[in-house]
Design a protein around this ligand. Structure first.
Ligand SMILES: C[S@@+](CC[C@H](N)C(=O)[O-])C[C@H]1O[C@@H](n2cnc3c(N)ncnc32)[C@H](O)[C@@H]1O
Length: 331
């Protein structure tokens, strides 16, 4: 069967622009970010989302309950009915170049009905969001099984608000091995710049799950590895853009945003988020911090969005005072 991505008009446009050396829509503006802003809310996701201003968020990263009964928050009699409350607001809050990633699994379908498969079906038939990619997160460590093939993957769905979605492939390319590079560099048909840039990571990502002794662990039972969140943050948002995670858990997304120069909003119904996130802050890698960050407290989300927006709209030029700039990517 042919690779269907060749027939995807979005992919075809990106490939054509790449070939002629042009940047696609959604190219990030060059901003000088001196510090990033981060806020945290302990609240139900659906109630919170209603107050998020329209078209304000570049990237939404969601690792919602999977309906696996892993914890008190992970059991639903009608999962889809609950999920519609937040899924149906994603389009409204995203910027025109905005992206959304929803983690989940397909392998757990049972009589309860309610998983990522059903969510995706709802998105396709009831919202204007575009489905861009299904990412398979493959890992080698996992539970054994005797009545079926042992599971070694989870999925993440990448959705976008429009065909102008922001995508920075170069920021997440995987370097070629030295030996491969040497071989490729002898092949005159290959562009040396492309060889240097590395390869597309594809939509199957091999990243280990966090084991019990991982240094990244801050105590949350279903904490995601930094590496997987970092890849999404780098590719689907740009420096100084706003990232929202309203099933924040321990706040892994917030930590990555601090390290990668994005502003962030974290929400969880469980107040333990605050302690987990403090632990993440202690673990922030100093070499990633080439700018400051501020945790903004006691402001509602609309005020926070205004604050971030005004910080990003005034870009100091270095000579002759601040210059007005747009917040969104240059189209
Ligand atoms: C799978 S965990 C997220 C883990 C996170 N990705 C991390 O790396 O730490 C899901 C989180 O959703 C939260 N949650 C469940 N129902 C919620 C709701 N209605 N509103 C907000 N948060 C909720 C839970 O408290 C839990 O921390």
């Amino acid at each position: 069967m042919p690779n269907r991505s060749h027939f995807n008009s979005g992919h075809m446009t990106l490939n054509r622009l790449n070939r002629i050396g042009k940047k696609p829509n959604g190219t990030a503006p060059i901003q000088r970010i001196e510090k990033t802003f981060h806020s945290m809310y302990i609240e139900d996701a659906v109630t919170f989302l209603k107050r998020v201003p329209d078209s304000s968020i570049q990237l939404i990263i969601l690792d919602p309950p999977y309906n696996l009964e892993m914890d008190v928050w992970d059991s639903f009699s009608d999962y889809l009915d609950w999920a519609r409350g937040w899924v149906d607001q994603l389009y409204r809050v995203l910027t025109d170049t905005g992206n959304c990633v929803i983690f989940g699994g397909f392998q757990y379908q049972d009589l309860k009905h309610g998983d990522l498969l059903e969510l995706l079906h709802h998105v396709r038939h009831n919202t204007d969001l575009l489905f861009v990619n299904l990412i398979i997160w493959y890992y080698k460590n996992g539970m054994s099984a005797h009545r079926f093939f042992a599971n070694r993957h989870e999925e993440a769905v990448w959705l976008a608000k429009s065909k102008q979605y922001y995508f920075d492939l170069d920021s997440v390319r995987v370097p070629f091995e030295e030996e491969t590079k040497r071989l490729y560099s002898r092949d005159k048909r290959l562009n040396p710049v492309s060889i240097e840039k590395g390869k597309n990571p594809t939509n199957v990502w091999e990243i280990s799950r966090l084991n019990a002794n991982s240094k990244e662990r801050v105590g949350h039972p279903t904490q995601k590895p930094l590496e997987i969140i970092r890849r999404f943050v780098r590719a689907l948002s740009y420096e100084g853009s706003l990232v929202l995670d309203f099933f924040a858990g321990s706040g892994t997304t917030g930590r990555v945003c601090i390290e990668e120069g994005r502003d962030s909003i974290l929400v969880d119904s469980d107040a333990s988020l605050v302690n987990y996130f403090n632990q993440h802050l202690e673990n922030v890698i100093p070499s990633f911090l080439d700018r400051g960050y501020e945790i903004v407290k006691d402001v509602d989300v609309s005020e926070f969005v205004d604050l971030v927006c005004s910080a990003r709209c005034m870009v100091p030029t270095g000579d002759g005072g601040p210059e007005r700039s747009t917040r969104g990517p240059l189209l």
